[in-house]
Structure formats: C-alpha cells, structure tokens
Ligand binder design. Sequence first.
Ligand SMILES: [Zn+2]
Length: 256
Amino acid sequence: MAQYIIRLDDLCHNSNLEKWERFFNLFDQYDIKPIIAAIPANKDPKLMSCGPYNPNYWELLRRLQSLGYMIGMHGYDHLYVSKNSGIFKFNKRSEFAGLPISIQSKKLAAAARMFDDEKINVKIFIAPAHSLDYCTLRALKSVTRIKIISEGLLPFPYKRRGFNWLPVQQNEAELQGDGVWTFNYHPETCTDKAFLQLKKFIADNHKDFIPLNTLHYRPYQLEQMIAEKYLIYKRWFSELIKSTWQGVNASVYYKS
Ligand SMILES: [Zn+2]
C-alpha cells in the first residue's frame, strides 16, 4: 500500500505566515504531522522578502514541535555559495556541496547550536536545493545528532552510510503505488490551485499519511544503488532536455 508524508520547505524569520497557516490548519484538521524544513539564520534575499521579520519565530517552531510536527534543519543560512549539484545531481546550486568539510562542519555546528539553544530537537537534515555531498554526511555525523536525511528517489526509506534516508519524490500530492512517498511543498510559492488539490487529496486519503516514527528503513545494497542511480540520471536527463528546449525557444523568440 501507499503511505504518505508531507514536507514544507523554507520556514524562516521572514516567512509570510498567512501562507503557512492554511497548511497548518489543514494538517491539524486531519491530525497529519508534517516535516518542516526550518532555516535557523536565513540570509537568502528571496526568502527575506516574503514577509516582515518575525521576532517570535523560535516560539512558532516550539509550538509546531509541541503539536508533533518534525522540525528539520534546512541548512544554516540558505545562501547558495557553490554550483555543485551534489549526490543527487538535481540543482546546480548548494549551501554545502563542494565546500571543504571544515566549512560545512562550521555551518552545521552553528545551526545545531541555534536549534539546541532554542530547545528545538532537530532529528532530520534537509539540504537546501536538495544538494549535499559525502562531506556533508561526514560533517553531520561529527557535529550534530542528526540521524535522518530527507532526500533520495527510491520508493521506500533506506539505511545508507550510517543514516536513515527518507526519499522525497513528489512536488505535489498524487496517488501512488506501494511505498512511502514524500510530497514536498513550498508554502511561499504554492498556488491556490495546488493547495486546493492538496486539500482534496488529504480529505480523500488522510488515513494513509503516517508519522515518521513508524517507518521501516530497508538496507541499501547494490540493487538499490543501481535503481537510485537510474532515477537520478533519468531526472538529470529530462531536466537537460527541458532546459535545452527552453534555450532553443528563447533564441527563436529573440530572433523574430
Ligand atoms: Zn529551501
């Protein structure tokens, strides 16, 4: 059977809370416990312009935590300082991938300290732009207590390199076959149409949303590695075709 998890990205000091509250109200109505990708010290200008500075940001995270939401560490400042697409080869931008382990460790330790000081128990790491590398894993191991990584493409959670991996396969809710499927929403940019579609999906399927503590993580062996590499390169190739096609269209437009 299909089981579902939902992840909301980019909660920070300047979030537009009205856009977030509609998600929170929906989850609370159906007793769904999402993952919240929270940024401790956001400096991303795009996210800074979403709303006014919220002096009660940490209080909000503590409230969500007390409701059973899983607060995840979404990097340190969400600034893209490298063009490295990391292990999953998705976006050519990263806060972490490609940087020396000493710098990655410093950022992760600073983030972990902020969550600790604010009494937020972060158990899960969510790399900005889905981009992390093997140094990120080593740094996470040495300077944080994090054991779960919300990333990957396989249709089930698995154990790899000393972490539990919870794959994130979909941007929007959609009926799936056997497996554990994470839907990844960005409340700041989610359209009304996409939100209404999620609302309907949850009304119809809320019984299939599961809390994280019930997950079973499978072994990651050669077969799983090959399957995931296939999915990574399939996505990489389709993104390449898409961007080449957009480039061709743009040049045709400019010529005419
Ligand atoms: Zn993000």
